[in-house]
Design a protein around this ligand. Structure first.
Ligand code: NFS
Length: 621
C-alpha cells in the first residue's frame, strides 16, 4: 500500500478496506489498465454521430475524423470542453452563493444573515453601488442583483477584471480574451466546439482562455467574495485534520462537496441542544462534524472545523466504520460512495437537485429553510448511531494540527495593514517568490507525495507557498501549515515566518478561493506598477485530475503566471497544441504551462522561473 500513498492514515485504511472486501478508487484504476491510449492523447472525438472518430498517433492510420477535423482541432476541442466544464462548475457554485445572498437580502433566507458588513460595503463600492445611508439589506440586494447580472452580462468585461493591472487588461483586449458574461463564455465554448464551427486550434484555445478567465475573475471570485459576505471572511484559525479527527464515541458526520451554504448550517445544527440530547440518549458523547475536500476547506477556514482528509480519502473515511452519515452536495464526490457505505452502517445523504447518487438518501436542501433541513439531516445521522457495527470500527489516531484561514484580508492584517512588508521581503530576497500549490489527488500518482515533495523543495529555497484545495489539506496532514514548520524553510523565509508568526505554507481556502491568490497577485503587480507576468510567481497543480483544475490552470496562465502540471494532460496528440501551451503561450500571454511529473524537478523549474523574474525586475543585480 505504500506505493499508493505517503499518508499513514490512508495506508492503514487501505489495508482495512482490503480485509473488509471493499474496493476503492485505486482498485478501480487497476481494473481500468491499460487505459485508452487515444483518450490519453486527446485524440478521440465524440462530438457528432458520424463518429466516434480517432486519429492514429503513429501516422499510419486516419489523420482526420469523418468531418475532416485533424489532430489539432480534435485535441483543442476536447481541451476547450474540459475548460468549459470546469469553469461551469466553479461558476454555478458562485451563482448559488449569489442567489443565497439575493434571497437573504429579500428576507427569504433567514438562516443566512450578512456576517461581514464591511466586506459587503467594500464590494458595493467596487461595483459602483451607493452605500451611504442605506441598509445592509438594500445594499446586499443591489449587489446580489448586479453580481447575478455578470452571468449573462451585455457588458464587454466582467467587473472583477478591473482588479487586474492595466497592462494585462490591454493584452486581453488585444487578444480578444477579456471575459464578458460568465455563462456566455461557457456557452461560446460549447458552440465553437460543435461540429463544423471553430476548427482553428489557436482560435479555440483563445476562447478556452477567455472562458477560464470568466471562472477565475468571475464565477470563482463571486463564490469567494460573496461567501465571505454571508459566512464571514476567514481569519487565522487552528484546527486538526486527517482520519483521526473522527471520534469513536461520537456521532460522526462528514460534509463533503463544495458549497458552504450546506456545511455552515450543518455545523450549526450539530450544536443544537435537542439533537445533542438525542445523541446522548443513544449512547454517543456528542456530534462530531468533519469536513472533506473543499467543503471541508470552507468550514475549516471559517470555523476551524476538523478536516477528515482530501479527495482520495473520501471512501476511506467510510471504511473506518465510524461514520454515521456522509452528507454531500456537489463536485468531487465519488459515485461509488453509497456502494462503500453499503458495507458499513454509513448513510450517504445527497442534498443538491444537481447531484443525485443512486443508493443515497436524498434530502433536498432548501436555502429558505436551511436550518430545518440541516436538523433533519443531523437527526438522520444521530438515529443511525445505534446501527454502528463495533466489530467494523477502526479509527486510527493519525491527526495533525494546522493553522488555516489566510484570506487576503487576514494576510493584510498579519502584515500590519498593507502589502508593503511582503513586497519588501520579496525585494530583499528573504522571500524569493511566491508559489501557489493547488488541486486534487489522482490515484495514478502516490497520494500527497508530489504535493509534499514539491512544497518542501520550495520552502527550503525560500519560496513562500500559498495553497488551496486538496493540496493544502496534504500540507496540513504533514504539519506544514504550522508556524513551527518554518524550521523546514530556508533561512530567509524562516526568518519572515518567525517575525510574522505565520507558517511557510499559507492555506487560502477551497479551489474557488484561488481567486484570493489572483487578487493578491494583482495587488502586488499594481503596487509595483508592473504586470502580473513580471512578478516572481509560479503555480502548480502537482496531482490534479478534474476539469475544474484544467480551467484553473488556464486562467492562471492567462493571468500571466507560469504553471506546472504534475500529471500529464490529454493534449499530447497534437504537437502544435502542446507547443502552444508549453512555449508559444509565453509569447502570447506572457506565461505558459510546463508538465513535470517529478516534483523535485518541478520545484527546480519553479525556482528557475522565479530567479529569472527577479533578475528581470532588477532585484538580484
Ligand atoms: Ni479542487 Fe480537485 Fe475537488 Fe477541491 Fe480536491 S479534488 S480541482 S481540490 S476537492 S475541487
Amino acid at each position: 500500500m505504500t506505493e499508493r500513498s505517503v499518508d499513514r492514515a490512508t495506508i492503514k485504511m487501505l489495508k482495512k478496506a482490503r480485509s473488509d472486501g471493499v474496493s476503492t478508487a485505486w482498485d478501480r484504476l487497476a481494473a481500468q489498465e491499460p487505459q485508452c491510449g487515444f483518450g490519453q492523447l486527446g485524440l478521440c472525438c465524440r462530438n457528432c454521430n458520424m463518429g466516434p472518430c480517432r486519429i492514429d498517433p503513429f501516422g499510419d492510420g486516419p489523420q482526420q475524423g469523418v468531418c475532416g477535423a485533424n489532430a489539432d482541432t480534435i485535441v483543442a476541442r476536447n481541451l476547450v470542453r474540459a475548460i468549459a466544464a470546469g469553469a461551469a462548475s466553479h461558476s454555478d457554485h458562485g451563482r448559488g452563493i449569489a442567489l443565497t445572498l439575493y434571497a437573504s437580502a429579500k428576507g427569504e433566507a433567514p438562516d443566512y444573515p450578512v456576517k461581514d458588513e464591511a466586506k459587503l460595503k467594500a464590494l458595493a463600492v467596487e461595483f459602483g453601488i451607493a452605500t451611504e445611508g442605506r441598509s445592509v439589506q438594500e445594499i446586499a440586494l443591489q449587489l446580489a442583483d448586479r453580481v447575478l447580472d455578470e452571468f449573462g452580462s451585455k457588458r464587454s468585461s466582467l467587473q472583477f477584471v478591473n482588479r487586474v493591472p492595466s497592462k494585462r487588461r490591454e493584452l486581453w483586449n488585444k487578444l480578444g480574451i477579456t471575459p464578458r458574461g460568465i455563462d456566455r463564455e461557457v456557452v461560446e465554448c460549447m458552440h465553437r466546439t460543435h461540429v463544423g464551427v471553430d476548427n482553428d486550434y489557436v482560435s479555440l484555445v483563445l476562447q478556452g482562455l477567455r472562458a477560464a478567465l470568466s471562472d477565475g475573475w468571475g464565477g470563482s471570485m463571486v463564490a469567494t467574495e460573496l461567501s465571505d459576505v454571508l459566512f464571514g471572511t476567514p481569519k487565522p484559525v487552528r484546527g486538526s485534520c486527517n482520519l483521526g479527527v473522527l471520534k469513536e464515541d461520537m456521532v460522526n458526520i462528514i460534509v463533503h462537496g463544495h458549497e458552504p451554504t450546506l456545511s455552515e448550517v450543518i455545523v450549526h445544527a450539530a450544536r443544537d441542544r435537542e439533537l445533542l440530547e438525542e445523541a446522548r440518549k443513544r449512547g454517543a458523547a456528542g456530534i462530531n462534524v468533519c469536513g472533506m475536500c473543499c467543503t471541508g476547506n470552507e468550514i475549516l477556514m471559517r470555523h476551524g472545523v476538523p478536516v477528515a482528509g482530501n479527495f482520495l480519502q473520501q471512501e476511506l473515511a467510510v471504511v473506518t466504520g465510524a461514520v454515521e452519515a456522509v452528507v454531500v452536495d456537489i463536485q468531487c464526490i465519488y459515485p461509488s460512495l453509497p456502494q462503500v457505505a453499503g458495507c458499513y452502517h454509513t448513510k450517504v445523504i445527497s442534498t443538491s437537485p444537481k447531484a443525485k447518487f443512486p443508493g443515497a438518501e436524498h434530502i433536498p436542501f432548501d436555502e429558505h429553510n436551511a436550518v430545518g433541513v440541516a436538523r433533519r439531516i443531523v437527526r438522520t445521522a444521530v438515529e443511525n448511531f445505534t446501527n454502528r457495527k463495533p466489530e467494523l470500527v477502526n479509527i486510527r489516531s493519525d491527526r495533525q494540527d494546522y493553522v488555516a484561514g489566510f484570506s487576503v484580508e487576514a494576510i493584510l492584517e498579519a502584515l500590519g495593514g498593507s502589502l508593503d512588508p511582503l513586497l519588501d521581503v520579496v525585494k530583499s530576497g528573504a522571500v524569493k517568490g511566491i508559489v501557489a500549490v493547488v488541486g486534487c489527488n489522482n490515484p495514478k500518482y502516490k497520494q500527497d507525495y508530489s504535493h509534499l515533495t514539491f512544497v518542501r523543495e520550495l520552502i527550503k529555497r525560500d519560496a513562500l507557498v500559498v495553497g488551496t484545495g486538496c493540496a493544502a489539506i496534504a500540507c496540513a496532514k504533514a504539519g506544514l501549515l504550522l508556524p513551527e514548520a518554518a524550521q523546514e524553510a530556508g533561512e530567509g523565509l524562516a526568518g519572515v515566518c518567525r517575525a510574522l508568526g505565520i507558517p511557510p505554507v499559507l492555506h487560502m481556502g477551497s479551489c474557488v478561493d484561488i481567486s484570493r491568490i489572483m487578487t493578491v497577485a494583482a495587488a502586488m503587480a499594481n503596487a509595483l506598477g508592473v504586470d502580473i507576468a513580471d512578478l516572481p510567481l509560479a503555480a502548480a497543480a502537482p496531482e490534479w485530475m478534474s476539469e475544474k483544475a484544467v480551467s484553473i490552470g488556464a486562467y492562471v496562465v492567462a493571468s500571466g503566471i507560469f504553471t506546472i502540471l504534475g500529471t500529464v494532460p490529454p493534449v499530447l496528440g497534437s504537437k502544435n497544441l502542446a507547443e502552444l501551451l508549453t512555449a508559444g503561450a509565453t509569447r502570447v500571454v506572457g506565461a505558459a504551462f510546463a508538465v513535470e511529473e517529478d516534483p523535485v524537478a518541478a520545484a527546480q523549474l519553479a525556482i528557475k522561473h522565479i530567479a529569472a523574474k527577479r533578475k528581470a525586475l532588477g532585484l538580484d543585480n
